[in-house]
Design a protein around this ligand. Structure first.
Ligand SMILES: Nc1ncnc2c1ncn2[C@@H]1O[C@H](COP(=O)(O)OP(=O)(O)OP(=O)(O)O)[C@@H](O)[C@H]1O
Ligand SMILES: [Mg+2]
Ligand SMILES: [Zn+2]
Length: 335
């Protein structure tokens, strides 16, 4: 889990807890202002408990008991009067208590030093937000639909022996293992290649969702935006801490997804950033998933040899084949 995720959630919890407490205080103060007798009663009860403490120290056994009972009776009466006033205005003592979002941990995030489920859930939500992924709710392994992939093999049309269905089934299984084994140094990285609308981004989202569920940190970004940002950062003179942290994350998150490689306008500064990402992450054994419309041969032509050789050695190439799902969807919508 990314420390920035933890810090953000911790800060949010502190804020909402303090807000609940100060809201409760304000509410009580308003009620007391309208019903001054309530404040008087509270004050009187406080005085009595001071008196009763004193009585315990000084009196002899008998007079202590008498005094104690007298004070208890007074408190009892005052309590009743207090509750009566509250019930006349239609509220109860519980309304003075802070309204925590989670009653179990009172918005501390912890129950007896064990993390509360609300805190854990928020860590996951925040990790999703910071990963840049917004489609994960709709695009994950549980919404994966095989129906878009033909079970008919047609080598001429698809270029491979297997049917698109068999092909995607194998890639999907590989992807699931990949998401579960991000820490395994013997696992290679993934390169998704194939023409438009075959489900590369969808499957990348599935992997991201699965990884985040396992508590891993993920960043998703398209190549044009990612490389632009990195080049901007490089040439920026005054870098803020946030910018620095954002930049560092690209090298440190458990999984970096670079979508649409090959759609960026290339230049040597971007090449060198791309090389830097690949090289640093490969050295650290941090996983990368790259998706592209380019065929391996085109990658070789587009990018420098030193970049291409990384792809060959350290990535499993998954070739997506089939019919454009966007078109299938459009056709289905019409009928
Ligand atoms: N397995 C799947 N189950 C359900 N819907 C899918 C599946 N794969 C893809 N889709 C849907 O099909 C459409 C196209 O998929 P996607 O965007 O993943 O294609 P792509 O290969 O990334 O295309 P491009 O190369 O243009 O980026 C999207 O609307 C996506 O939600
Ligand atoms: Mg895509
Ligand atoms: Zn909780």
């Amino acid at each position: 889990m990314q420390t920035s995720v933890y810090r953000k959630v911790e800060r949010d919890f502190n804020l909402k807890r303090q807000r609940a407490q100060s809201d409760a205080k304000t509410y009580k103060k308003n009620i007391y202002d309208e019903n001054p007798r309530l404040a008087e009663i509270e004050e009187e009860i406080n005085l009595i408990s001071v008196k009763s403490a004193k009585a315990r120290i000084f009196s002899d056994e008998l007079s202590r008991q008498v005094e104690q009972e007298k004070l208890e009776l007074q408190v009892y009466k005052l309590d009743k009067e207090y509750d009566k006033i509250l019930s006349n205005i239609g509220i109860s003592r519980r309304d003075f208590e802070p309204k925590y979002e989670c009653e179990k941990c009172k918005d501390t995030g912890y129950i007896e030093s064990k993390m509360c489920s609300c805190f854990n859930q928020e860590l996951i939500n925040e990790a999703f937000k910071q990963s840049n992924l917004n489609k994960i709710k709709d695009e994950n392994f549980s919404t994966f639909d095989y129906g878009y992939y033909s079970t008919v093999s047609d080598k001429e049309k698809y270029g491979i022996e297997k049917s698109p269905f068999e092909n995607i089934d194998a890639i999907k299984n590989l992807s699931l293992n990949f998401a579960h084994d991000l820490d395994d140094p013997s696992q290679k990285n993934l390169l998704f290649t194939g023409s438009t609308g075959l489900g590369k981004t969808f499957l990348a989202n599935c992997i991201a969702a699965e990884a985040i569920k396992q508590g891993k940190s993920v960043i998703y970004q398209t190549a044009p935006i990612l490389l632009d940002k990195m080049v901007d950062y490089k040439f920026k003179f005054n870098k803020t801490d946030d910018e620095r942290e954002e930049y560092e994350k690209i090298f440190n998150v458990d999984l970096l997804i670079i979508d649409d490689l090959g759609t960026e306008a290339t230049n040597s500064a971007k090449f060198s950033e791309l090389f830097n990402i690949l090289n640093t992450r490969l050295l650290k054994n941090k996983k990368i998933l790259i998706s592209t419309n380019l065929k391996p041969q085109e990658i070789k032509k587009e990018y420098e040899e030193r970049i291409f050789s990384r792809f060959v050695g350290d990535f499993i190439v998954c070739r997506f084949v089939g019919d454009d799902i966007r078109l299938i969807k459009k056709k289905m919508a019409r009928t």
